[in-house]
Design a protein around this ligand. Structure first.
Ligand code: NIG
Ligand code: FE
Length: 391
């Protein structure tokens, strides 16, 4: 058995309310015991077990919190769109149309290049404290390119998502219904061995709700689990569709009606907010308060993609959520860890409770509040996943 004891933790965020009655489950002056890759014990430093400890690490009063669970990324692509970003910063508005330029480059890239680029982004994410990543396809948009995108993603994570319905590719622009049939048929069959989830971009310039329903139901029939990009660019029926199909998460949701909020509040579906997209498209940030008032579980994720949110930094996402979207620092940290786990329907990650995966980070700061208080500064000192030190 391998055992590691982290001692002298100034502030431990467990996300286990039994410790202090709050969502973050804080323990002051704490210690954390890891055995065989899982959390074996969390409690006061003064009560830390001393027997059979193989390795001991002194956290020197720093804050320890769960690794981030980034439940929404698009990391299989090549090429950047910095000129498109520049044009937006000078006044142009975002459209889903830019996706086509990444599709063109991604189709031409070798498997080796796509894998190497995705691994580069994953290692950047790890350095920033992320320990679990969901990765979508969606820049292939042909049977061959969606299949290889997911084959590559599945070499990096178990949380792989088929997003053949990202936009209609140029070669189907005059026959979009044929593309929907392709996604539901041959393309779906080709990707099923490599995908866990199915997603649709249901929005202006992408897919209408009836197409989204047809595609998600086809995926469900093949054993994939639904999630959906909804209401990013305008209000629509995507959130209601997500609830109807018991989607694990509805993502973006920057434009919500009262009916959407009511539907979410009576469901198990998580609302995942992606402020990187509002930042990079110079759009209005949604306000999280109506969601929290309705007791809806809210996740935060990076949406890492070359068009609308080219960041892997969950600390940056937390800072934006606090500054611009009325998250409390506590809620933002919970949403980036436990919220992400719920958006992936995972109980083994996102919290530091007995039996959970030992996925955590040590910050070079005394408190999680510094994540928003010190924006743009990488405070990550160490990152551990499955009880092994990554950073
Ligand atoms: O989640 N919303 C749809 N897809 C991506 C954007 C993709 C792109 O612009 O390349 C997103 O923001
Ligand atoms: Fe996205």
């Amino acid at each position: 058995m391998t055992s590691t004891l982290i001692t002298n933790i100034g502030q431990l965020v467990t996300n286990d309310p039994t410790h202090d009655g709050t969502k973050l489950g804080l323990i002051k002056d704490a210690a954390l015991l890891i055995e065989d890759g899982v959390i074996a014990w969390a409690g006061a430093n003064s009560e830390a077990p001393t027997k059979h400890i193989k390795t001991s690490i002194d956290a020197e009063g720093m804050c320890v919190l769960p690794g981030y669970v980034d439940s929404h990324t698009h990391m299989i692509f090549t090429g950047d769109r910095s000129n498109e970003f520049r044009a937006r910063m000078l006044g142009e508005s975002y459209t889903a149309g830019g996706i086509a330029s990444t599709v063109e480059k991604t189709r031409k890239a070798s498997d080796e290049l796509l894998l190497a680029h995705a691994k580069f982004l994953v290692s950047e994410a790890h350095s920033g404290g992320t320990t679990t990543l969901e990765i979508k396809s969606g820049y292939g948009l042909s049977v061959h390119d969606e299949r290889r995108s997911l084959q590559i993603a599945s070499q990096i994570t178990d949380e792989t998502t088929f997003l053949g319905a990202h936009v209609v590719p140029v070669e189907y622009k005059d026959s979009p219904k044929d593309y929907v049939d392709l996604v539901c048929g041959e393309m779906l069959d080709a990707v099923v061995p490599f995908a866990k989830w199915i997603d649709v971009f249901c929005d202006k310039g992408a897919f209408a709700v009836d197409d989204a329903r047809q595609i998600l139901k086809a995926g469900i029939a093949k054993g994939l689990l639904p999630r959906i990009h909804a209401n990013q660019l305008q209000e629509g029926q995507g959130v209601l569709l997500g609830v109807e199909l018991d989607a694990a998460s509805v993502d973006h949701v920057s434009h919500l009606s009262e009916i959407d909020i009511e539907a979410l509040s009576t469901s198990k579906t998580v609302a995942t907010l992606l402020p990187g997209a509002e930042f990079s498209t110079r759009s209005l940030y949604p306000d999280v308060r109506p969601l929290l008032e309705a007791s809806i579980a809210v996740a935060l994720a990076s949406d890492c993609n070359p068009g609308s949110s080219y960041t892997t930094s969950m600390a940056f996402i937390i800072a934006m959520a606090v500054r611009e979207m009325h998250f409390s620092p506590e809620q933002a940290v919970w949403s980036a860890t436990m919220g992400g786990a719920k958006a992936l329907r995972r109980n083994d990650i996102g919290h530091l409770v007995e039996g959970a995966s030992a996925d955590f980070q040590i910050l070079n700061a005394p408190s999680y509040i510094h994540l928003a208080y010190r924006p743009g500064v990488n405070l990550v000192e160490q990152v551990w996943r499955n009880g092994l030190q990554l950073i």
